[in-house]
Design a binder for this molecule. Structure first.
Ligand SMILES: *[C@@H]1O[C@H](CO)[C@@H](O)[C@H](O)[C@H]1NC(C)=O
Ligand SMILES: *[C@@H]1O[C@H](CO)[C@@H](O)[C@H](O)[C@H]1NC(C)=O
Ligand SMILES: *[C@@H]1O[C@H](CO)[C@@H](O)[C@H](O)[C@H]1NC(C)=O
Ligand SMILES: *[C@@H]1O[C@H](CO)[C@@H](O)[C@H](O)[C@H]1NC(C)=O
Ligand SMILES: *[C@@H]1O[C@H](CO)[C@@H](O)[C@H](O)[C@H]1NC(C)=O
Ligand SMILES: *[C@@H]1O[C@H](CO)[C@@H](O)[C@H](O)[C@H]1NC(C)=O
Length: 335
């Protein structure tokens, strides 16, 4: 009884081992992104005994492996046997991959194996450049950089670095547009100029081992002097100087006037003194008073009118009028 029970147990364990081994086909990687023109590789690991393995790309049978070692390949496809601890290993290679080969890569093994499907994506790297080159800016100025990428597939991821430090993505915007089978992108970075910086635009794809980049230098120049301050300083100083000059001028003029006034009076005194000395001659002049008004008549129209009236009145009778006229003449000579 015990012997038969042990026999059944061993039979079951053998069967379970065989059963699991028979259906095992592994494919890796299940997703592969490669650059156009490079090679794509997939590994198939088969457990259990098998005879024929086939590979389909783009719906076409491209390679057949016949166990244990025969490989029937077509152009741009080949396979080699690799080592694996778990079973037979076949490395399938697509050389010089093109975009038309993108899609499912199917590995099938004849028998009760479930076909395995991997996804192949073929990418293209184009060019990248920061337009405008090096820039010279003033401190605290808002600076805009533009990074242009052309001929990429699919849309690449664009990022920016400042002196090797990643720039916060809230500081840039990237837009892309299709150009045939490719994409062009434009990324705009807006930053404030703080210090001399190396600004770098980095573009990458999953298939790209080393990202492409373009960099420029941002050089800060010192701010020019604040002209408004300078101008206000000059203006206020100038205004002050003008004010001082004005005050000085007023004081000077005032002093000169004060000095002149006594001089004038002195001269007047001199004149009077002279007139006293030459009394006889002057008396003659005074006698000539009647002549002086003639000059005055010519000068002042007011006097002319009055004189005219006087002249008209004198022939009449009025002595008083004549006297008053005389008085006026006298007054005028004094002035
Ligand atoms: C495929 O690879 C094998 C082993 O490396 C090589 O001998 C064979 O010539 C290759 N076939 C083609 C068509 O390249
Ligand atoms: C790769 O394939 C392209 C066409 O898809 C062809 O023009 C080119 O010459 C090929 N390169 C090599 C190295 O075979
Ligand atoms: C930008 O500046 C760097 C360093 O000063 C210099 O090596 C590079 O040639 C400059 N590039 C251009 C486009 O002027
Ligand atoms: C990026 O900037 C935003 C808004 O200015 C801020 O909330 C966020 O924390 C920043 N991220 C990093 C990594 O600095
Ligand atoms: C990015 O675009 C959004 C919407 O158009 C705008 O609000 C934001 O200011 C832009 N940011 C930069 C850094 O240009
Ligand atoms: C993409 O870039 C190329 C090269 O600079 C240019 O000729 C083409 O017009 C661009 N296409 C679009 C849609 O911007």
């Amino acid at each position: 009884m015990v012997a038969t029970w042990k026999l059944w147990l061993s039979l079951f364990s053998v069967c379970s081992l065989l059963c699991t081994a028979v259906t095992q086909l592994q494919l890796e990687p299940l997703n592969s992104a490669v650059l156009q023109g490079s090679d794509a590789r997939f590994n198939a690991i088969v457990q259990g005994s098998w005879d024929i393995m086939t590979w389909n790309v783009g719906g076409h049978l491209v390679l057949t492996v016949r166990s244990p070692s025969e490989i029937i390949s077509s152009e741009n496809y080949n396979a080699t046997f690799c080592s694996s601890g778990q079973g037979a290993c076949v490395e399938f290679t697509i050389f010089n991959v093109s975009r038309t080969q993108a899609g499912p890569v199917v590995c099938s093994v004849q028998g009760s194996y479930i076909p395995q499907i991997a996804q192949l994506s073929v990418q293209d790297s184009g060019t990248v450049s920061i337009t405008g080159g090096n820039v010279t800016v003033m401190k605290d100025q808002q600076v805009e950089f533009q990074c242009v990428t052309t001929g990429w597939f699919p849309i690449p991821s664009v990022s920016w670095n400042q002196n090797g430090q990643a720039v916060n993505s809230s500081l840039y915007n990237t837009t892309s547009m299709a150009e045939g089978d490719f994409f062009n992108s434009t990324s705009v970075l807006k930053i404030r100029a703080v210090s001399n910086t190396k600004v770098e635009c980095t573009v990458t794809l999953p298939s790209l081992k080393t990202p492409q980049s373009s960099s420029v230098f941002m050089v800060i120049v010192p701010n020019p002097p604040d002209w408004t301050v300078l101008i206000s300083v000059v203006v206020s100083f100038g205004g002050f100087a003008l004010l001082v000059l004005l005050i000085l001028g007023i004081i000077f003029c005032y002093k000169r006037r004060k000095e002149k006034k006594p001089n004038y009076q002195d001269e007047m005194r001199k004149v009077r003194a002279e007139s006293l000395n030459n009394a006889p001659e002057h008396q003659k002049g005074q006698v000539n008073l009647s002549y002086v008004p003639d000059n005055q008549i010519k000068v002042t129209p007011n006097v002319l009118q009055e004189n005219g009236q006087n002249n008209l009145k004198t022939p009449g009778v009025n002595n008083t009028a004549g006297e008053s006229g005389f008085m006026k003449h006298r007054h005028l000579t004094i002035v």
